[in-house]
Design a protein. Structure first.
Length: 156
C-alpha cells in the first residue's frame, strides 16, 4: 500500500533520540492506562515496557561531536583572552584546557573546590541553562588532578 510505504519512509527519517522519546511517552501512556485499570496490568499489555521487565532496550545516539583544540589553537585562544577585562574567561579556558573538564563543570567551580596542596579540583556541581545542577553523571563528580603549574597559578 502507498500509505505504508510513505509511513516507512517517514519513520526511517526520524532520528533515534526522537524514537526513544516517543517510546518513553507511549510507555507512560500505557502505564497510566494500567494504573487506572483501563487495560490489563499484565506486562504483556504494555508493549513499551521497561527493558528490566522484558521490554526492548532502546539506545539513543547523540549527534554531538567533541571539538578538538590543538595546543597551538589553545595558546591563540589564551593570547586573545589575556587582558585584564577577560581574566576570568582566561582562567576558565586554562582550567578547561589543563583538566579536560566539561564546560558546565568549569563554569560551576568555586574557589573552595580547589585543593592546591593536594593538586586536585573537586567537581561537585555543574552550571547549565543559567542554574546550578547536580552534574552530568555521578561518576563525573570526582576529584580531578591538577598540574603543578595550574595549582600554582590558581593559588597566586
Amino acid at each position: 500500500m502507498v500509505g505504508d510505504d510513505h509511513a516507512m519512509g517517514v519513520a526511517t527519517q526520524i532520528l533515534r533520540p526522537t524514537i526513544d522519546k516517543i517510546n518513553s511517552v507511549m510507555s507512560q501512556v500505557f502505564a497510566h492506562a494500567q494504573r487506572h485499570k483501563l487495560i490489563s496490568v499484565g506486562m504483556d499489555s504494555n508493549p513499551f515496557r521497561s527493558p528490566k521487565f522484558g521490554g526492548v532496550r532502546c539506545k539513543s545516539q547523540s549527534d554531538y561531536e567533541a571539538k578538538v583544540v590543538s595546543p597551538e589553537q589553545m595558546i591563540a585562544i589564551l593570547e586573545q583572552l589575556d587582558r585584564p577585562e577577560t581574566r576570568l574567561e582566561w582562567t576558565a579556558a586554562l582550567v578547561h584546557a589543563a583538566t579536560a573538564l566539561r564546560p558546565e563543570e568549569c563554569f560551576a567551580l568555586k574557589w573552595s573546590d580547589i585543593d592546591s596542596a593536594n593538586r586536585q579540583i573537586f567537581i561537585q556541581r555543574a552550571w547549565s541553562k543559567g542554574k546550578e545542577t547536580a552534574g552530568k553523571t555521578k561518576c563525573s563528580m570526582k576529584p580531578v588532578a591538577m598540574h603543578p603549574a595550574l595549582a600554582q597559578y590558581l593559588t597566586y
